[in-house]
Ligand binder design. Structure first.
Ligand code: KG4
Ligand code: ZN
Length: 338
C-alpha cells in the first residue's frame, strides 16, 4: 500500500503551524507562536492575522524541509476551517486553497475542536489511543468542553462553558495578581509551592455538564481588593498560596463535571487535550481518577495538546481514507460546531 502524505495547516488563533504526516505518523510539526500578544495581555485579532500572513510561507516551507518531503509528493492539504478568529482562519484557508489548487490535489477542511480530540490518533511510541466511545475534555485558552466521542467523525458536545474558557480563567486571574500573559503556567508552577486550602473560592452552580468560570475571576478580584486594603503587600507575600487555592478550585470544578459525565454516560475512558492539559494539577487529578474510580486516561504528547498542525494533519489523513474532500468554495467559519 502506498504512503499518504498530508500537509496540515493551523491558523485559528495566535499560532501559525504546518505539519507533514506520512499516514498517521508525524514527520514534522512546525509551530510559530506569536510573541506580540504578550505585550497586550491577550490575543489581538488584527495583529494575529497580520503575523499569520508573515509566517505562513516560511512555516510551511520549513515543515516540508524538516520532513524531507517535496510539495509534489503531497496527496492532500488539510486546513483549519474553524472555529477561531476570522482574520486568522482566512489566512490558513486561502493559503491551503491556493496551494491545493496549484498542485491539483484535494483539499480537506478540518474542525479545530475535532482535531484537538483526534490528536490522540497520531501514532506515537508508548502512547495508547482511546477506544470508542470515550470522553474528551478539551481545555485551553479558547475552549472548555466535554465531548462524547462515538467514532472518528461522530462526536457530541455534552458539556461546555457558558462564559470563559478554563485557560482564560487562569490568564485573567493571573492578570489580577500581576502575572504576565499567559499566566496559566506561572500559576501552575506557584500552585505547587503553596497551600491549596489557604483560601476558599466558591465553585459556581451550573446545571448539568456545563461550566462557568467568569464568577471565579470576579471572586478573586474582590478577594484581592479586600485583602489589599488591609495589607497592601498581601498578594506579594501570599502569592503561592493564592495560586494554589485558585488551582485547587479550578481543578475541583473540572473533576466534578468529569465525574458527573462518567456517571451519566457510563464511559470510563477519558482523553484530554488543549493547552491547559499541561497543568500539573489536572494531570494528578486524572491519575487519582484512575486509582480511585478505575478510569483509563489518555494524555497526548505536549506538542499535540496545544494548538498545532499535526492534529489538523491527522484529521486530514482520516478523512482522506474516507475520500472526504472539500469543495474549493469552502469558507473559513469563525463559529463552527463539532
Ligand atoms: O491550547 P492553547 O495553547 O491555545 C488555545 O488557547 O487554543 O492553550 C493556551 C492556554 C492559555 O490560557 C494558558 O494559560 C494555558 O493554556 N496553560 C495552562 C498551563 N499551560 C498552558 N494553564 C494552566 N496550567 C498550565 N500548566
Ligand atoms: Zn485550540
Amino acid at each position: 500500500k502506498e504512503n499518504i502524505y498530508i500537509l496540515g495547516i493551523e491558523s485559528s488563533c495566535d499560532d501559525t503551524s504546518a505539519a507533514i504526516l506520512c499516514d498517521n505518523r508525524v514527520l514534522s510539526n512546525v509551530v510559530s507562536s506569536q510573541k506580540i500578544h504578550a505585550e497586550y495581555g491577550g490575543v489581538v485579532p488584527e495583529l494575529a492575522s497580520r503575523a499569520h500572513q508573515q509566517n505562513i510561507v516560511p512555516v510551511v516551507d520549513l515543515a516540508l524541509k524538516k520532513a524531507n518531503v517535496t510539495k509534489d509528493q503531497l496527496n492532500a492539504i488539510a486546513f483549519t476551517r474553524g472555529p477561531g478568529l476570522m482574520g486568522s482562519l482566512l489566512v490558513g484557508t486561502s493559503f491551503a486553497k491556493s496551494l491545493a489548487f496549484g498542485l491539483n490535489i484535494p483539499l480537506i477542511d478540518v474542525n479545530h475542536m475535532q482535531a484537538h480530540i483526534l490528536a490522540h490518533y497520531i501514532a506515537e511510541e508508548n502512547q495508547n489511543t482511546p477506544p470508542f466511545p470515550f470522553l474528551a475534555l478539551t481545555i485551553s485558552g479558547g475552549h472548555t468542553q466535554i465531548v462524547k466521542v462515538n467514532n472518528h467523525f461522530s462526536m457530541e458536545v455534552i458539556g461546555e462553558t457558558i462564559d470563559d474558557a478554563v485557560g482564560e480563567a487562569y490568564d485573567k486571574s493571573g492578570k489580577l495578581l500581576g502575572l504576565g500573559y499567559p499566566a496559566g503556567p506561572e500559576i501552575d508552577r506557584r500552585a505547587q509551592l503553596g497551600n491549596p486550602k489557604a483560601y476558599k473560592f466558591t465553585k459556581p452552580k451550573v446545571d448539568g455538564l456545563n461550566f462557568s468560570f467568569s464568577g471565579l475571576k470576579t471572586a478573586i478580584l474582590y478577594f484581592v481588593q479586600r485583602e489589599t486594603k488591609v495589607s497592601p503587600d498581601f498578594v506579594k507575600t501570599n502569592l503561592n498560596d493564592i495560586c494554589a487555592s485558585i488551582q485547587y478550585t479550578i481543578i475541583g470544578i473540572l473533576m466534578d463535571k468529569l465525574k458527573l459525565a462518567v456517571a451519566q454516560t457510563g464511559i470510563e475512558h477519558i482523553a484530554i487535550g488543549g493547552g491547559v492539559s499541561a497543568n500539573s494539577g489536572i494531570r494528578k487529578a486524572l491519575k487519582t481518577g484512575e486509582q480511585k474510580f478505575g478510569w483509563t486516561t489518555y494524555i497526548p504528547k505536549f506538542e499535540y495538546t496545544t494548538d498545532n498542525a499535526a492534529m489538523i494533519g491527522i484529521v486530514g489523513y482520516l478523512k482522506y481514507l474516507e475520500n472526504d474532500f472539500t469543495d474549493f468554495d469552502v469558507m473559513a467559519t469563525a463559529r463552527l460546531k463539532i
